[in-house]
Design a binder for this molecule. Sequence first.
Ligand code: 5GP
Ligand code: MN
Length: 325
Amino acid sequence: MSRFDMEGAINFIREGDDFLIVSHVQPDGDAVSSLLAAALVVRSLGKRCTTAIADRVPPKLMFLPGSDLIRNARTEEPPGRLYSRVIAVDCADFSRMGMAANWIGDDARLLNIDHHPTNDGFGDVTLIRPEAAATAEILHELVTAMGVRWTKPLAECIYTGILTDTGGFRYTNATPASLRIASEMMEHGASGSRIAEHLLERVSLAHVILLKKALATLSFTEGNRIGWVTVTRSDMEEANAQSEDLEGLVNYPRNIEGVEVGILFKEVDENKVKVSLRSAGAVDVAAFAKSFGGGGHVRAAGITLHMPLQEAVETVVGGLRGLMA
Ligand code: 5GP
Ligand code: MN
């Protein structure tokens, strides 16, 4: 079976009439945009769908049309009747959907649309393209293949997913195709400047307070090849911050001249740490993350470790140091 089964994906959507569309916990721009684009495709065919994410949608993404309808599967009880036809977007493995999995019936059929090279191929039909800069690019291809009519909301979703996953068209994953699709989306009504203002320019006050605290923890290995910052639970409380306020912090160590891997350690609780890894290119952080049960992309990956903060720092920095020696 092909990992990129467009015919299977189209049949999967045409055959169903009531879908659950889910994406990953701590959703980013591509997760929410791809989920909303998939919902617009399904609804354009006159079919019903429910959208759910096991977290709240970050306020900065609430300008996206339909974002207010996304159910929070972390705080809401699963519905009485579980879903039997599911589309998962931007999820590299089943567990990435977190508690949204509780909304899925045992005998459900699942379509897996994703661009993570570490995707484990879960589900009955897969539409996986690691060359795509964003899952939203795959949604663009699906819309085109199905002949769904372009609308401004659909165009804005696709544009947003590509903009956010390429860091504003700056990362190496941005290809000529990414820019061509973005250009096409502007022709269909997407406002590039409005979307960039929401997502690249504006920052929350909590983010700036966290940045101050995080930079005070900035540390390096000798030669500055690995740089990292830490954020504790009390930092989060004092800044009145949500997890989305952490976005972009990992780029500060990563962007420093000479740093090959930048890391953010976020203390979730006493024995749980979320690790964000960013590589300047030489080190494959996806492979490293995978060896700890995490995953992601060559230059951007994540891990959740069940240990105290200090131990997590020693484990990850020590492991990377061995790898880079
Ligand atoms: P971030 O550090 O921004 O949370 O994640 C960076 C990249 O790694 C994203 O593409 C994200 O989907 C992926 N990622 C983060 N944490 C995990 C994880 O625990 N498992 C997997 N498979 N991927 C992750
Ligand atoms: Mn993505």
